[in-house]
Design a protein around this ligand. Sequence first.
Ligand code: FAD
Length: 374
Amino acid sequence: MHYHTIIVGLGGMGSAAAYHLAARGEKVLGIERFTPAHSNGSSHGHSRIIRQAYFEHPSYVPLLKRAFSHWDDLARQADEDLLHLTGGLNLGRPDSDVITGTLASVRTHNLPHEYLSADDIRRRYPAFTPDDDIVGVAEGNAGYVVPEAAVRTHLRLAAQHSATLRYNEAVVSWHAHAGGVNVTTDQHSYTADHLILSPGAWAPELMADLGLPLHVERRVLLWFDPIGGDAPFQEPNFPVYIWDCGDGISFYGFPKQPATAGIKVAIHTVGQHCTPENIDRSLRESDVQVLQNLVRTRVPALLGPMVNYATCMYTLTPDEHFLIATHPDHPQVILASPCSGHGFKFTPVIGEVLADLAMHGRTNHDISLFSLRF
Ligand SMILES: Cc1cc2nc3c(=O)[nH]c(=O)nc-3n(C[C@H](O)[C@H](O)[C@H](O)COP(=O)(O)OP(=O)(O)OC[C@H]3O[C@@H](n4cnc5c(N)ncnc54)[C@H](O)[C@@H]3O)c2cc1C
């Protein structure tokens, strides 16, 4: 069987690409080594922050606006809980990367926001106990999505549009030639005109021919039952938040999720190098201690009993911007590594971009920041 496009990896990005291509009438084959919405990659853990005030770089904002419109559409088509707009809060010292970057992005794109003093923050969100020199930038257009629900919904819609989706099948090699690509799995061989490689933390393996400086790191997510109960952490009175603690360290958290025990909090910036094969999936005492040390003085009520944890993988580029590009030697092969720990909120618009690249070799979205620049 010959396909227009084969997609390797049906996680966050691959599932979205499968949906966008299939909805445009393309003959798509998606191949996934595990089951739908599994917890071995980068797209699990019940919640991912979405926001528009983007401290990482102002040029992400147009893509975010498009992604938000897709999230609305997807949530309407989902048959499960997917999207929560709770508002968001970035905290830090006025000269911290998160605060200066957020302000640069809201000013460049004229995004609605509020600048809060430490007193404002304490009054509005009593669970936060910032020092007097901490400020906040709040935005209404923020919240979280449920990543497993997003992946499942994209896959269901892709299948409804006649995509062929194969699970528990691993791609072992691919080969590009003048007429297209050959893909070999542990079970079959397939051919296609185009290939999208969206393998998450397996990118260093599947893109090995390019020797890209992609670096995979272990991250830990923790859930706590707060001291004194959930009430101060309930949406809509508690936002998603990112707290820049200085010295390159930040942590982030979520409101109480309706169907999840405990309240999630995690460190963004501290991880351990790993591969998908050797990642330590157990919880280390140091994972909890490092997080508790950051949270204790900032969100003290959160640190009741720990009720759950999960491990996950970041795939980082050197500048922590995404990699989305056509292969330099094979224009029919598209490389997608949009992670660096902040890619999920873009998933539906990246699906659209990947579909554009596979079908037309170009996209009208500005993805110049994500070129093969290393
Ligand atoms: C702990 C954590 C917290 C995060 N928090 C946020 C957040 O709050 N907001 C945000 O926007 N982003 C966040 N991110 C980033 C975001 O989750 C990632 O950018 C996103 O999940 C990456 O999706 P992906 O499709 O590249 O990878 P994945 O979803 O992991 O998908 C890759 C898929 O490819 C499959 N695969 C790999 N190799 C093969 C093969 N050879 N054959 C077949 N299948 C294969 C894998 O099994 C996997 O399913 C976070 C990430 C982590 C890990």
